[in-house]
Every structure is written in structure tokens, then in C-alpha cells.
Design a protein around this ligand. Structure first.
Ligand code: GRF
Length: 214
């Protein structure tokens, strides 16, 4: 049995999740709601935020996430040191999964290698179109008629890890950034909860760019 498969056969039994967020936290809130309602049997054990005023912190506290931590990047010498502190918290809480929910920091390679095939992200476009931080604006500017959202495994190539799931969302001729982003976010809420539920209940392996559920 290779190391990664071995790792997964253990981690899929562990339903403890760490969520990393920087902003509004609406995806975090939907995940916490789904857990509370019993439609997702993952457990958010830890929320880490890199912004003191992020609404995600209020949401995590309101839902009584056991560990809610603000880590100020200015307190760390560099990205590696900051990510090391995050990794230590995630390991202390024994989380098997790291869920990025609007986390606006690049992760160091060491961090990504510490949690192989255990970090997921949601991106507001149909990847590989419109990578990067301005996916909604870029899709509008390009004039595509269909965009969407993508949940993918996080690898060292930005927004390019193996795809777990996607939802298509129409762009209307009347859309501005806010209306389109809201329509994409509504799709995100459903998709992220579904993927998280599957992750904590079904082992998978990765063959090149393909995620194969076992
Ligand atoms: C989402 O639109 C997601 O696609 C992007 O960041 C946004 C986070 O929103 N990666 P929220 O903080 O969950 O409300």
C-alpha cells in the first residue's frame, strides 16, 4: 500500500475539519448550519483567521466552534513561520481536513506537503478558467455566458489541483459583479457542503488529475 492511500484510509474516518477564512465567512456559516442540522456529519473543530475583523470569526464563535483563532501575520517572521503555526494548531486539534473558505493567503509548499490531499478550496469560476483572486470580475469582463464554482484539492499550483466537483452558473446580460457573485455563492453553498460530506465519508485516490472515489 502506498503512503498516500494508507494516509487516506485513516483520514476518511476522521471527520474533524479545520476551516481557514479571511472574510465574510458565508461558506463557513453554511457548513456550520449543515452540521447543526445533521445534513453533514463533519465537525468543524478549528477556525483560523488571518484578519482580526473578519466576520468569519464572529460566525465561528456564534456557532461555538471549539477553537477559534486569529493569527496575525505580523507576529511571524515570514510565511513559512505563519503557516507552521497554523499547521501546529491543525495537528493539535487532530483535524484530517483543511477547508479553505475565502482564505486570501497563498499557502507555503511546506504547509501543502504537511497535509497531502487533505486541503480543499472553493473557487468562484469553472476552473481552469479564471484562476486567481478576481475570478468573478474576469468572467464578467470576458463575456462568458456560463461560469460557476469549483471545489478542488489544493496543490502547489495555484487554483490547479485535481477537481472534486463543479457547478455551472449562468451569467445574465443584466449582471454586475455583485449579482453574479451572489448567484455563484448560492451554488457554492450547496456544492461545498456536498463535497465535505463526501470527503469525510468516502475514501478516494488521485490518478494524475482525476479524483477517484473508492
Ligand atoms: C467565495 O466566493 C469563494 O469562492 C472564494 O472566496 C469567497 C469566500 O466567501 N474563494 P465567504 O467568505 O465564504 O463568504
Amino acid at each position: 500500500m502506498n503512503h498516500q492511500l494508507h494516509n487516506h484510509s485513516h483520514s476518511h474516518l476522521n471527520k474533524r475539519i479545520a476551516v481557514l477564512a479571511s472574510g465574510k465567512g458565508s461558506n463557513l456559516e453554511v457548513i456550520l448550519q449543515a452540521m447543526q442540522q445533521g445534513s453533514c456529519d463533519a465537525q468543524v473543530s478549528l477556525v483560523i483567521c488571518n484578519k482580526a475583523d473578519a466576520n468569519a470569526l464572529q460566525i465561528a464563535r456564534a456557532y461555538q466552534v471549539p477553537q477559534v483563532v486569529y493569527l496575525n501575520p505580523k507576529d511571524y517572521a515570514d510565511r513559512a513561520a505563519y503557516d507552521q503555526a497554523c499547521a501546529a494548531l491543525i495537528q493539535q486539534e487532530d483535524c484530517a481536513w483543511v477547508v479553505l473558505a475565502g482564505y486570501m493567503r497563498i499557502l507555503s509548499s511546506t504547509f501543502i506537503q504537511t497535509f497531502p490531499q487533505q486541503i480543499i478550496n472553493i473557487h468562484p469560476s469553472l476552473l481552469p478558467s479564471f484562476v486567481g483572486a478576481h475570478a468573478v470580475a474576469d468572467a464578467l469582463a470576458y463575456g462568458v455566458q456560463i461560469t460557476g464554482c469549483t471545489v478542488h484539492l489544493v496543490t502547489e499550483d495555484l487554483d490547479s489541483g485535481p477537481i472534486l466537483a463543479q457547478t455551472a452558473v449562468p451569467v445574465l446580460s443584466t449582471d454586475d459583479h455583485d449579482t453574479l457573485h451572489q448567484r455563484i455563492q448560492n451554488a457554492e453553498y450547496q456544492l461545498y457542503v456536498q463535497v465535505i460530506q463526501r470527503l469525510v465519508s468516502t475514501p478516494f485516490h488521485v490518478q494524475e488529475k482525476h479524483v477517484i472515489w473508492d
